[in-house]
Write a protein that binds this ligand. Sequence first.
Ligand code: UD1
Length: 418
Amino acid sequence: MDKLLIAGGQKLQGRVKVSGAKNAALALIAAAVLAEGETVLENVPRIADVEVLLHILDDLGAKVSWLEENTLALNIPAAVGIATPYNLAKRLRASNLLLGPLLSRRGEAQVPLPGGCNIGTRPMDLHLKGLQALGAAIELEHGYVKASGSPQGNRVYLDFPSVGATENIMMAATRAQGITVIENVAKEPEIVDLANFLNAMGAKVRGAGTDLIKIEGVPELHGTRYSVIPDRIEAGTMMLAAAITGGNVVIQNVINRHLQPIIAKLQETGAQVIEGEGELQVIGTAEIKPTDIKTLPYPGFPTDMQSQMMALLSLSQGTSVIVETVFENRLQLGEELKRMGANIKVEGQTAVVIGVEKLYGAEVKACDLRSGAALVLAGLAAEGETSINQVHLIDRGYEKLEEKLRSLGADMRRISVD
Ligand code: UD1
């Protein structure tokens, strides 16, 4: 078990490069099993979630190798396995993204039911309804979901624009017979990246990034070479690191369009954001203004940035209201920030954040990936030393976080504890 120790108070300065997007990379790696042969993915972040998914692929018989630091080769056999093992899949919810592709490739697939997780119940009902609409038989047995049948094109309406359900159904439909139309789909940039990747593999997916995706089934897909989009949540986290420390940081390798919901809110807090070509500069202010946040599916404010925003607003000069509408258990960070002197009241899905003048270093723990990142931000701004436990949760989704923040002047280190 590792801990992060942060001595707060440094204003971050300099340039930092954002890694490939975790959520896009996971979907693309799952999608690679749709084709026999080699697929090469560039700009893949070396994070724990990716490593776990690669272990699962290895278990399914794929040959996995890193060609360069962030370039991954996946060699998928003709008879790729159909069942993902519980001991690996329980470590990564996104492993359920293999259900659609494996069903499509092999006519049967089995993944463990995800169970609850730290941020909410996160069921799979929309994934399963969609696959059923494509003609799959679904059985829930002994904690596993089994899907069988060969997908046929159909109309699917999602009750909620779930990212994972959109991805699973889209992948299952690529090799289905006939045309599939999915309505009320998620519009996140990672969905568009997956559609572009599938098209590079020979699929015919249209409409990604809008409410309706149309997929014309093709008999076969082929391996390809493709580069993952930059991680908008890592970019947002770095933007807030600059803002919360009153620093001045240029964030490189970003797609500005993907960051508009975050840029808009950050500007409301008084930070200056200067957009350049593939990069943006954030200049923090000593007087952080309060603002209200409501998380929503893209292009609304991302739930994956809500925790980091709570950390920033805890130092604002006024009262902010945060409403979390996507996950039901994502405001628990308030209790950890209170250990650092924040004044936060959580009632159901709403947090009232009354800004305080200072945060103070304390022993705290990450509850999930993004709350861990938020505690790092709070630690960077706090007076004294912050010690963050459960760092493995942060390692799930941030590549070289300490290295990057240290290069900007942060005083932080990792220690191993028994
Ligand atoms: C993905 C992202 C995660 C992000 C989330 C929302 C990955 C690997 N993870 O998660 O970082 O926070 O999108 O942007 O891409 N739901 C159902 N039934 C379902 C599916 C979802 O009720 O079948 C609910 C969930 O419980 C949750 C909401 O819908 O309350 C959003 O979930 P979803 O969009 O599916 O998120 P994930 O794909 O799990």
